[in-house]
Each structure stands twice: as C-alpha cells, then as structure tokens.
Design a protein around this ligand. Structure first.
Ligand code: GRF
Length: 214
C-alpha cells in the first residue's frame, strides 16, 4: 500500500461513525474514504458522503432474494471500488461466509459492547439488565462467526444506576467516534494485521480485550 489506503465504508443508517472516519482522514495523509455503500436508500450517512463528494452506491435487498444472491451483488459493488480496507459502520446485515472469507483481514466492524460480552443486538439494554457497571464498544476484524472476530481496540464507559438506554448509548457512541478512526489510521499505516485468527499491532499479538498499552 504505497499510495493512500482506499477505504470503503458500509452503512445502513445515521453514519456518525462514517463521519468520524471521514473527519479522521482529513488529518491522515495515508487514507481516503473512496466510497460508501448502503443497503438502505434512506440512510442519512449517504447525505454525509455526498457532502464530502464521496461516491455512493445502494445495494438494496430485492424481493425473494436469497442471502447468497445479495452477497454476490454486494461483492460486485465492493470490488468496483478496489478497497484496501472495508469498514462496517452500522451495516445492519449479517454477511455470509463466502463474502467474509474473501475480505478477511481487511474488513473491520464496530460493535457497541465490550466483546465477547453481549454479541448481537440491543447491547445497551442487555448491559443494563445484566447489572454491568461498565460497558463500551469494540472494533474487531470480521470473521464468519457473528461479532466473534479478534478485537483490535475497546473503549470502556461507566454504567450508572440512573442511566436511561439513550444516555448509555450516547456515552458509548461518543467513544466509538474516538476509537474507530484510530483503528482505521493504524490499518492505513500498515501496522495492523490478522494472521491465523490472531490480530497484531506492530507485529505484536493483541490481547482478547484489544490493544492495551503496557
Ligand atoms: C453503532 O452503534 C455501531 O456500534 C453499530 O451501529 C451503530 C452505527 O451508528 N454497529 P452510526 O450509523 O455510525 O451512527
């Protein structure tokens, strides 16, 4: 990757993480968001992309289409951009094994919990119901098993007894916007890798809770 790292972002909704990554790329000469793909035509993130003159594509789900057929069309759309890194930023679709294996090692996701705690949906509610005193978010490499890929970086937030789901969610979201651009930057600097299911930063294995300075 001698030239700038080509980043493709996949979204379904608001795109606040997309925005944080676009903003991060202004300060990072090694990376450019060269495209945004959405599975929803009304995703607000598409407007954010247009405001920055970033190319967009919609890959909408067709009636009676199988998961495999959708993934084939999505792969074609992805490959048109020739990305170095694929960033899932609130892309609300489970991706099949063929697609995930094709891009493994260069596809990352952000999940709103301290993985391996609370994979799946409704993480803020589940953290509160479980009585967790801390919660947070994780950036991880994507592997075929859902929300189970090696964690690269986590950020923790406290959970207060009087929190509403919205307050907790907002606290986590704020941290997402800090850690996701940082991981994108590491990747664009060629400091991150996934080898035999293990994530590395600067050739040092990353622990199960993500990078932690000594
Ligand atoms: C984030 O909470 C992220 O953790 C989850 O989807 C949400 C996307 O938010 N995967 P936004 O569209 O980036 O605002």
């Amino acid at each position: 990757m001698e030239s700038s790292c080509r980043i493709l972002v996949l979204i379904s909704g608001q795109g606040t993480n997309l925005q944080a990554i676009i903003d991060g790329c202004f300060d990072n000469l090694n990376a450019d968001v060269i495209g945004v793909i959405s599975n929803r035509a009304d995703a607000y993130g598409l407007i954010r992309a247009h405001q920055h003159e970033i190319d967009t594509s919609c890959v909408l789900v067709h009636d009676n289409e199988s998961r495999e057929e959708y993934d084939q069309r999505l792969m074609l759309a992805i490959d048109k951009y020739q990305p170095d890194l694929i960033v899932l930023a609130g892309f609300m679709r489970i991706l099949g094994e063929e697609l995930v294996l094709k891009y493994q090692g260069r596809m990352i996701n952000i999940h709103p919990s301290l993985l391996p705690r609370h994979p799946g949906l409704n993480t803020h509610q589940r953290a509160m119901e479980a009585g967790d005193t801390e919660h947070g978010c994780s950036v991880h490499f994507v592997i075929p098993a859902l929300d189970a890929g090696p964690v690269i970086l986590q950020a923790k937030v406290p959970v207060y007894p009087e929190d509403s789901i919205e307050e907790l969610s907002e606290r986590v979201h704020e941290q997402e916007h800090a850690i996701y651009p940082l991981v994108v930057k590491w990747f664009s600097q060629q400091r991150l890798s996934l080898i035999d299911g293990q994530a590395y930063l600067d050739d040092k294995p990353i622990g199960i809770h993500g990078y932690a300075p000594d």
